[in-house]
Design a protein around this ligand. Structure first.
Ligand SMILES: Cc1ncc(COP(=O)(O)O)c(C=O)c1O
Length: 156
């Protein structure tokens, strides 16, 4: 069975220089499926309000929807809703984790040379960062990682 989901993403109907888009940069910005675009529109037109910040009808309605979404995400990854935190971006989420680990400038965090800049920033702020070499065209070289762990004794 083939799952054909392209039709759910209106952006993929766009042509550039006569060709349909092939998009591989979803770590930076992901295209939204029609269901999400429609939900955003309904929010903007009928339900604009703040989540968990007021007790008026609009806020309570949208807070309820927000919690339903949290439950759906939890179910999808077989987790508990209390484990699901919504953040505005990946970098923001990583910064929360990094800042919650009680690291100091004496501690070393080991990162791949291939890590995106945004992945390095929170670690650079609070700890020392060491790198292991990796070839973007090859699978992770575990020998390289083990050698770097022995050399740098990273906390993370
Ligand atoms: C590969 C990659 N990782 C992470 C990020 C950071 O994502 P966010 O904007 O969600 O913090 C980006 C953003 O450009 C990215 O391209």
């Amino acid at each position: 069975m083939t799952l054909y989901i392209n039709n759910d993403f209106p952006m993929l109907n766009r042509k550039i220089s006569g060709n349909y888009l092939t998009y591989l940069d979803s770590a930076a910005t992901s295209f939204k499926p029609s269901a999400v675009l429609e939900a955003e529109k309904l929010y903007g037109v009928y339900s604009t309000s703040n989540v968990h910040r007021s007790h008026n009808a609009l806020s309570e309605e949208i807070s309820y929807q927000y919690e339903i979404a949290r439950r759906k995400v939890a179910e999808f990854i077989n987790s508990d809703p209390h484990n699901i935190i919504m953040t505005p971006s990946t970098s923001y989420a990583l910064a929360i984790v990094a800042n919650g680990l009680n690291l100091s400038k004496e501690d070393t965090v080991l990162c791949s040379m291939m890590n995106h800049h945004s992945h390095l920033l929170p670690w650079l702020k609070i700890a020392k960062v060491a790198y292991f070499q990796s070839d973007p065209l090859e699978p992770l070289d575990l020998e390289e990682v083990i050698a770097a762990i022995k050399l740098h004794c990273p906390k993370i």
